[in-house]
Structures are given as C-alpha cells and as structure tokens.
Design a protein around this ligand. Structure first.
Ligand SMILES: Nc1nc2c(ncn2[C@@H]2O[C@H](COP(=O)(O)OP(=O)(O)OP(=O)(O)O)[C@@H](O)[C@H]2O)c(=O)[nH]1
Length: 323
C-alpha cells in the first residue's frame, strides 16, 4: 500500500487523515493483539460487521450474527443498548459514551467506550472498545459490601438484632421529619423490663441475655416495616409507630405487654416470666426533634414504674388528667 492510501477501510475523522500504518495487515495485527474487545455493528440491524481476535476468542464467531446474539445471548436488542446516546438530534455522531457493565455471557465487568462512526459505505455503525475491569470492579464491590456491613453493624444491637440507640435516633429523626412533612401521626412507645436485676441475680446474666433476645424477637414480629424498633439501653426498648392513632399505638403496647408476661421464656430448666412497664406519647405540632417526644414517653413509662409496674401509661399534659 502506498503511503498516500488510506490505512483502513473505516472512514477516519482524524484531523490530518494521515495513514498511521503501512498495511491493512499491520492494522489487523494491532487490533488482534489488543487486550480489549473491539467490535463494529450496524446501527439499525445490529449485525456484527467486525470483531477483533479478543472478541472472537471470548464470544465466538460473529459473521452473519447480531451483537446481542453473540455478546449477550439474548433474544433481541439489549434493553441497555446505548445506540441512542451515540447520535445527536440530527443523527450525527456525538463524542464517545463511556459506561461500565457486567457481561451476561462471561459475567465479567467491562468499561465500554461506544461511538457512532461512518462505515466504508457511509452508513452509521456502532463501534465499541470494551476493557475488562473485573478485578477493579470486584475490589470496589467488596469494599462497598464491607462499608455496608460495617454501617449495618454500627446500627445494630448485637444481642437482639434490633436497631441500637444510635440507629433509633438516626432513623427516628427521619421518621419525625417525614411525619411533619406529610402531616401524619407518630407515636412513641417505650418500655423497660421490670426488676431485671432480679432476673440476672436469680438466673444469671446469660438468662438475662436470653430474656432480652426473646423480647427482641417478639418486638420484631409485631412491628410493621415502616415502624422503628430498638433496644436503646440495657433492658429498655423503644418503638416509633408511623401513621398510628393513639388507639392503635395503645393496642400495640397492650399486645406486647401481654406477650412479654404470658409466654414464659425457657432458659435451661426454668421458665422466666418477665413483665414490662410501658409509656406512650404522641408527636405534637411543637416536636421538631425526637427528644421531647421521647421525654414524654419516658415520663409516662416512669409513671408506670412508680404506679406498680407491668402496665401502660399514656402521657397526658399536666392538668389534663391521665389516659
Ligand atoms: N443480662 C443482661 N443484663 C443487663 C444488660 N444490660 C443491663 N442489664 C442489667 O439490667 C439491670 C437493670 O437494673 P435496674 O436499672 O436496677 O432496673 P430493674 O432491676 O429492671 O428495675 P426497674 O427498672 O426499676 O423495674 C442491671 O442489673 C443491669 O446489669 C444486658 O445486656 N444483659
């Protein structure tokens, strides 16, 4: 091939149009030794017009087949096909579109550089250069999973699997903001196991732990997805009930009170029947933070304690009489 002849049969858009290689074989050798997939497919029919050796090695022969048949083994054009992103409103090629995805055939991750170019006959074709980024992606995914696990662990009460105090305040504040925004109700129920020290002293700390675990399980089984339940202290639990009337919140507290005291918790050869004192308060218009709402529920719970334990007190404003 003479130096003035084009080095490739792909229409070039390089500014100087200088041939870079002395022969098509040279260009072929470069493309076939690339450590990346290069392919070209018809913009409309998706027929594969070219695939380098890397592609043929990994995805097989391409002649007479469409890109989605060879590269994705799918029944039709891919839902994530990027062709529409490669041309402007007038149908002219735009700068390369770069994205990452996991190939359905070999399950490896690729960074793809997609571009619309003019083929030898002038038609628009799609060219993709895809580099294997699986190692990097796996590291990123492992790191993300580790972050998520660490965050979940930091928000979980290890003993019961409920939210811990920190999570209760973090998610509780979101629930309060949402309730204020949507003008919906928010109820706080707090309860504390009665004479828990006696349980520990009589049956041992392990027995106490088992009681806490079982109470946690009861709680988890009773709350709805949108509610927030937590162990916020040693033997103290709290629940935020979203979208609940005072009556519904009280019903929930009553169910829990009965469940806790009526199902003796087996531990080794004994059954431990704890009781709990409950306090209930409803969010008021003045509550812009969680603390005042919880302080009222706590005050009601304290009344349950001083009133004889094993009961529910609904907070009522001083002077308005108790519910
Ligand atoms: N087993 C166990 N005990 C705990 C845990 N956290 C706190 N406790 C115990 O819970 C007991 C709480 O005792 P107190 O605060 O005196 O309260 P109480 O005995 O429940 O009495 P009232 O709350 O007044 O009914 C203490 O003995 C703590 O050691 C825990 O994670 N596991």
């Amino acid at each position: 091939m003479k130096a003035s002849e084009p080095s490739t049969n792909i229409a070039s858009d390089s500014p100087d149009d200088q041939p870079l290689l002395s022969s098509p074989q040279g260009l072929q050798a470069v493309l076939d030794n690339l450590d990346a997939l290069v392919y070209v497919s018809d913009f409309e029919t998706h027929e594969l017009l070219y695939m380098n050796a890397y592609g043929r090695r990994n995805w097989g022969q391409f002649e007479g087949r469409r890109c989605w048949q060879v590269l994705q083994e799918s029944d039709g054009p891919c839902t994530f096909c990027t062709n529409h992103l490669l041309i402007d409103s007038k149908g002219n090629p735009t700068p390369p579109y770069i994205w990452e995805f996991q190939n359905q055939v070999d399950q490896r991750w690729y960074q793809c550089r997609d571009r619309a170019i003019r083929w030898t006959d002038g038609r628009l074709v799609r060219m993709e250069i895809a580099t294997d980024i699986t190692d990097r992606k796996q590291m990123e995914l492992a790191l993300k999973a580790a972050h998520e696990k660490a965050r979940a662990a930091a928000l979980e009460d290890e003993l019961t699997g409920l939210h811990n105090r920190r999570a209760f305040f973090e998610f509780g504040m979101q629930a309060l903001k949402q309730a204020r925004r949507n003008k919906t109700s928010l109820a706080a129920v707090m309860f504390d196991l009665d004479h828990f020290k006696v349980i520990n002293d009589t049956h041992g700390h392990e027995a106490g732990d088992e009681v806490l675990r079982r109470v946690g399980e009861l709680l988890k089984a009773k709350v709805r997805e949108a509610d927030i339940a937590a162990r916020i202290g040693g033997e103290e639990f709290a629940i935020l009930l979203t979208n609940s009337t005072p009556g519904e919140a009280r019903e929930m507290a009553e169910r829990l009170l009965l469940l806790i005291r009526s199902n003796g918790i087996p531990f080794r050869n004994v059954k431990i029947a704890p009781t709990a004192s409950f306090g209930l308060a409803m969010m008021s218009d003045a509550d812009t933070r969680l603390e005042p709402l919880l302080a009222r529920a706590d005050e009601a719970m304290y009344e349950s304690k001083t009133g004889g334990r094993n009961r529910i007190t609904v907070y009522s404003e001083p002077g308005s009489g108790q519910a």
